[in-house]
Design a protein around this ligand. Sequence first.
Ligand code: ZN
Ligand code: ZN
Length: 125
Amino acid sequence: MKCYYHKENPAVGICQACYRGICQDCVAIQESSICCNNIICKERTNNLFTVINTNINAAKSRKVRSSYIFEIIMGILFIIIGYLFFSPGDNSFAIVFIIMGLTYFLYGIFPFMTLLYQKRKISKK
Ligand SMILES: [Zn+2]
Ligand SMILES: [Zn+2]
């Protein structure tokens, strides 16, 4: 393959923005990736990597978020307390606990389920 800009030079790589062959004279290094040494391709490559980095950061922050386990435990505890307070008479106190427990539990279980679903989706690829 020859350079898109210099037909006589062999291409050393392909631009990540426009997918044209580029030679040693035209190559620019942008975010550990190569592209044409012009503003349009440089900017496009930068934008591409910003998107990738944002996705990596989002995936990382999802991994960091492990507090859902705490929320699930709290939810179960509240439900147990609510259950223990259940009596044939006035149950408003127990019901408040159970509702609080369910809220905690659902709040904790929801991101957990989406995490499992995403993991399954990734492993299928
Ligand atoms: Zn290019
Ligand atoms: Zn060139």
